[in-house]
Design a protein around this ligand. Structure first.
Ligand code: FES
Length: 452
């Protein structure tokens, strides 16, 4: 908390001989792009490795753990991720800028809007000219009706010469862009498309392919499959959804499978089929099926929510799949935090959102009380605390909401309040098992409450 709030001074950086200034709270990538360097990048959140560069001189502070993306040799050779590094003083960097810039900005209109499921809409955009891209990549979209709001979506079909682009947009609770696409009437609305972006695409090989998709993560995988029609590589496609109604594009998948020149196994997996549903397919989390369906030597292509992709990657690594044979695209629900205007796309926090942070204090006070009352209340209190957490977790599930807290000082206060409370819990516990009356605390409490 303190490290985040400490402002550092701007620092000079030399990128391939060109001097730039990295402002406080800017990553090296942000500074380079702002100053006109066509620095390679894709995810901007430390997930893809596109912004790798070599630190020739100086030191940087890394904002996230990069060991999972960089090999030991790269780390030893001072490779860093420019999107996840800030300079500590003057630095000198080298980056490969030789790739021809393929990104372009095109304008177009929404020409199609079709519900695929309750919360996924197929958005069809016609741009002024063809936009060449590799199936699996994505573009940044900006609707005329939401100026300044830009969101990334993968192309759901391979590039075509007629400039017709298809995206699958999943509705994010509270998301301005995704709600507008899913609930608004967009036909004819102007769109700006910037792309292609990303390095998620099919790599040439003869190895079997394992694809794992969650929700709208199916889009780039469908595009890849359609573009790869004709290759003779066995494919296993695991598609995770909550319920049967959340499965979509099934006809297209079956048609692709029937035309595929090698074995093609499609496995839909439902995580929450309703009680008694006549679902004969796989149940559970889609990642749980990886071990059963992964073929030795297969290259993995993972696409969906970050938690799903991370879990899939971990399972594959545990099975001995080298990192170089795993390709992943994490679908973040919204823009990177660094680009999010304060409070944008978030619902304001309610009273109960603040209140939940005080659960710890409530339970802590009860614990102190139970310890001080002594006797069986210690056991009853302990069982109560454990039950409260276990049952609360089991019945209420995970709380993944991220509302906008307009009064962050309340959260800071609860954080500080935890310190004296923890001290009280520890002291009460030690006092209750100590011989004698430590610091005369028992006598003082007896005088105060009349309780022995
Ligand atoms: Fe830096 Fe993706 S752009 S890791």
């Amino acid at each position: 908390m303190f490290a985040l709030s400490a402002r550092r001074a701007a620092a000079p950086a030399e990128v391939n001989g060109q001097m730039i200034e990295v402002e406080a709270e800017e990553s090296i990538l942000q500074a380079a792009l702002r100053q006109g360097i066509d620095f390679p990048y894709s995810c901007r959140v430390g997930g893809c490795g596109t912004c790798k560069c070599r630190l020739i001189e100086g030191e940087v502070k890394e904002l996230t753990e990069t060991g999972y993306l960089l090999t030991a040799e790269e780390i030893a050779g001072r490779t860093i991720l420019a999107c996840q590094a800030v300079p500590r003083g003057k630095i000198r960097l080298q980056v490969d800028l030789s790739r021809p810039p393929a990104r372009q900005t095109l304008h177009g209109k929404v020409v199609g809007q079709q519900k695929l499921t309750d919360d996924i809409t197929r958005l069809e955009v016609q741009v002024e000219q063809a936009l060449p891209y590799k199936a699996g990549q994505y573009a940044e979209l900006c609707l005329a009706g939401l100026p300044g709001i830009r969101r990334n979506y993968s192309f759901a079909t391979p590039s075509t010469p007629d400039g017709r682009l298809i995206f699958f947009v999943r509705k994010v609770p509270g998301g301005l862009f995704s709600s507008r696409v899913n609930d608004g009437a967009l036909l004819g609305e102007e769109v700006e498309v910037q792309g292609p972006l990303g390095d998620f695409f099919l790599r040439p090989s003869d190895a079997p392919i394992l694809m794992v998709a969650g929700g709208s993560g199916l889009a780039p995988l469908l595009a890849i499959l359609r573009e790869a029609e004709g290759v003779e590589r066995p494919v296993t496609l695991l598609f995770g959804a909550r319920q049967e109604a959340d499965l979509y594009a099934l006809e297209e998948i079956h048609a692709l499978a029937s035309r595929w020149k090698a074995p093609f196994l499609f496995v839909p997996v439902l995580s929450e089929p309703p009680e008694g549903a006549l679902w004969a397919g796989e149940r559970g989390m889609v990642t749980e099926k990886i071990v059963a369906f992964h073929q030795d030597g297969a290259h993995a292509y993972l696409c969906g929510p970050p938690a799903m992709v991370d879990r899939a990657e971990l399972l594959l690594r545990e099975r001995g799949v080298p990192r170089s044979q795993i390709y992943a695209d994490r679908f973040l629900a919204g823009p990177p935090a660094s680009e999010r205007p304060a409070g944008a796309e978030k619902t304001p926090a309610m009273f109960t959102d603040y209140l939940k942070f005080f659960l710890f204090h409530f339970i802590g006070l009860l614990s102190v009380l139970a310890i001080l009352v002594g006797g069986p209340s210690v056991t009853v209190g302990l069982i109560g605390v454990v039950l409260a957490y276990v049952l609360g977790d089991a019945l209420l599930g995970e709380d993944l909401s991220t509302p906008h807290y307009r009064r962050p000082e309340i959260l800071t206060a609860q954080l500080w309040m935890a310190l004296p409370l923890l001290t009280m819990v520890v002291f009460s516990a030690l006092w209750s098992v100590s011989p004698g009356d430590v610091l005369g605390f028992g006598a003082w409490l007896g005088d105060l409450t009349g309780h022995d």
